[in-house]
Design a protein around this ligand. Structure first.
Ligand code: PFF
Length: 455
């Protein structure tokens, strides 16, 4: 197996940045706010936090150990660790999930490029909230423009994948991720000081448990898996490039904290701003594209130059955050085709890019010209999102927890988590307990309750 042309993370900070680069993306800044808005606010966030820390982190440690131990792509990993068993199907399902998510995620990633251009040409200036709603609607329903951005985004991802990840992504992540973080904090301060922002803050902080239903739990769990890049072998693929001295628990904790902070801060940008200009929080996928341009306009209304600079910077960084995530999904599928089918890495990547462009075109058109074609009441874009985030990722997480909690040799699990006994990991027993009992049962209950399997 040719491993040398795969990415390799040299430094510990590289490991954390690459994993956090995969985790932090549109899931935090685009999906988390609209899921929070659709599911009633603060109570959803509390359940989400529970899903991240109780289910997400132990499953992340599990994916890390599967990847580092096997040093293979996600399907190959199960072949190495559980030879001649059906576990390989878990890896294969992960590859399929990655492929489907990449297709519709790239549509939204493409939208960020449109907004880079709009911000860059100063076309937000002087617009009213209703203008932003109209211009987003006409853009996303346009048959051509979103497709061009989608293709450009996937070609950009492709070029980085075939060049190798370390130099491009590791290096730029070191500058871009802290820059994104600082900018998010500045924007949050602007947003919470807008007139009428208090209602948005209340929406985020005051839980209304009367709104909690089974579907809120399923949404929160799906969002946790999506945001942490879990359940499809993405982090296990990355961990196959980790060094022997990387602490899996510390890395998982750092990634979890960074990812959660970015999501919560994004909430504190979007909702105060939305309430301030009277935009409903349950606006769905268009939410950030109509509220954020307003934040820039209103918060810096006296200083147009600042409004201009911050809006351009924000969309550039959002596009970069999306790119570090699309790369990680692309890598899952490319590494699989390269190692399992012996395609050259370039050919594998080309196949992935072209197929994702084709599927992405269907997803993009389903928001406009082919909107009326639906399955279970959902258009292609929403269907891909629902099936992957709410079914396939949690199902992947379920199998990962059973695999590490019950199937895998305990000596292997312990050796990986403690780096062959050189690290003292106090929470080892808790991790194993969660993987054996809590995670599978919780995921199963949420599934059975919401998907009506028993009804
Ligand atoms: N975690 C990414 C985000 O929040 O934008 C999306 C993602 C990346 C999901 C990689 C799944 C994955 F394997």
């Amino acid at each position: 197996m040719a491993k040398n042309d795969r990415a390799n993370f040299g430094s510990k900070i590289g490991v954390i940045l690459a994993s956090a680069g995969s985790a932090v993306g549109l899931g935090n800044i685009w999906r988390f706010p609209y899921e929070t808005g659709n599911n009633g606010g603060a109570a959803f966030i509390l359940i989400y936090l529970g899903c991240v820390f109780i289910l997400g982190l132990p499953i992340m440690v599990s994916e890390f150990l599967i990847g580092r131990r096997s040093r293979a792509n996600t399907a190959g990993a199960y072949r190495v660790l559980a030879p001649r068993t059906q576990w390989k199907w878990v890896g294969r399902m992960g590859v399929l999930t990655g492929f489907l998510i990449l297709s519709y995620y790239s549509v939204v990633a493409g939208w960020t490029l449109e907004y880079v251009v709009e911000a860059g040409t100063n076309s937000f200036a002087g617009k009213q909230p209703s203008d932003f709603i109209n211009s987003f609607n006409s853009f996303s329903a346009n048959p051509w423009r979103p497709l061009i951005w989608l293709i450009l985004f996937l070609v950009g991802t492709h070029l980085i994948i075939i060049k190798g990840v370390e130099k491009g992504i590791e290096k730029s992540s070191k500058i871009m991720m802290p820059a994104l973080f600082i900018l998010i904090i500045i924007l949050m301060v602007c947003s919470v000081t807008l007139p009428g922002a208090g209602a948005g803050i209340e929406f985020l902080l005051k839980p209304d448990f009367s709104k909690v239903t089974g579907s809120v739990f399923l949404s929160a769990m799906g969002q946790a898996f999506f945001s942490l890049s879990l359940g499809m072998g993405c982090l296990s693929t990355y961990a196959s490039y980790f060094g022997k001295d990387t602490s899996l628990t510390k890395t998982a904790f750092s990634v979890g904290i960074i990812d959660t902070m970015v999501a919560i801060l994004a909430g504190f940008i979007i909702f105060p701003a939305a309430f301030s200009v009277g935009i409903e929080p349950d606006h769905g996928p268009s939410l950030i594209f109509i509220t954020l341009p307003n934040v820039f306009q209103q918060a810096f209304s006296g200083v147009p130059l600042l409004a201009y600079i911050f809006s351009v910077m924000f969309y550039v960084l959002l596009a970069v955050a999306a790119l570090t995530s699309t790369i990680s999904m692309h890598e899952v599928v490319t590494a699989y085709l390269h190692e399992e089918f012996k395609f050259t890495r370039k050919r594998a990547a080309t196949l992935v890019t072209i197929s994702c462009i084709v599927l992405g075109i269907f997803c993009s058109l389903s928001l406009g010209p082919t909107k009326s074609i639906t399955l279970f009441g959902l258009n292609t874009f929403d269907l891909f999102d629902y099936v992957t985030a709410k079914i396939m990722l949690p199902l992947g997480g379920f199998f990962v927890s059973i695999f590490v909690g019950w199937y895998l040799d305990k000596n292997i699990v312990k050796a990986e988590i403690t780096n062959n006994g050189t690290l003292k990991v106090n929470i080892y027993k808790i991790i194993i307990f969660i993987l054996r009992y809590i995670a599978p049962v919780a995921i199963a209950i949420i599934f059975i309750n919401e998907l009506g399997i028993l009804k």
